[in-house]
Design a protein. Structure first.
Length: 173
């Protein structure tokens, strides 16, 4: 699977603080040849400087642009007010949270042509989004991760750390 390169994104997206979720959405929408305004993407994803984007906000934006989307998450006991509004928007679109997936199921969806966007804890100890575009010899190809690749054991640790829910979006045509 080949996605557009993140560095080809418009400068306006690259300059936004905490842009990983926005870049992931940009890459997936471009991959599926969806028409959208990069200048309006932050608002569409419910981006804020304080929170960045929430996974549910990304999922709703991808669905709004005509993709088939599923949103998977561990139970979240601490949904704040702004995130709650993102969940309500998604629900109005018919997008409801589904149970978290195991990595094997995420990879199966990717091999079937979907593009997963994964939330994980980065090496800098910050929640981080990246599309998952493959697995080769035990190494995940995560183009928005540091070094664009991550060993499966390291990823699984970052995907299950305290404060990081196992969340992902599965997006398809």
């Amino acid at each position: 699977m080949q996605l557009p390169n993140w560095w080809d994104a418009p400068k306006s997206l690259l300059e936004i603080d905490g842009h990983c979720g926005l870049l992931a959405a940009w890459m997936v929408l471009r991959h599926f040849k969806k028409r959208f305004s990069a200048n309006n993407l932050a608002a569409a994803c419910s981006y804020t400087k304080r929170h960045g984007v929430f996974t549910v906000g990304l999922a709703a934006t991808l669905k709004l642009h005509g993709l088939r989307v599923s949103f998977h998450t561990d139970p979240d006991p601490q949904i704040g007010g702004f995130e709650r509004r993102c969940y309500a928007r998604a629900a109005r679109m018919g997008l409801h949270p589904l149970p978290a997936l195991e990595l094997t199921d995420v990879l199966k969806a990717q091999r079937a042509g979907a593009v997963p966007i994964i939330l994980f804890n980065s090496e800098s100890d910050v929640g981080h989004f990246s599309p998952l575009i493959g697995l080769h010899k035990g190494v995940l190809n995560l183009p928005l991760a540091d070094g664009e690749k991550m060993g499966m054991a390291q990823f699984l640790t970052g995907w299950s750390e305290p404060g990081i829910l196992r969340q992902c979006i599965i997006a398809a045509r």
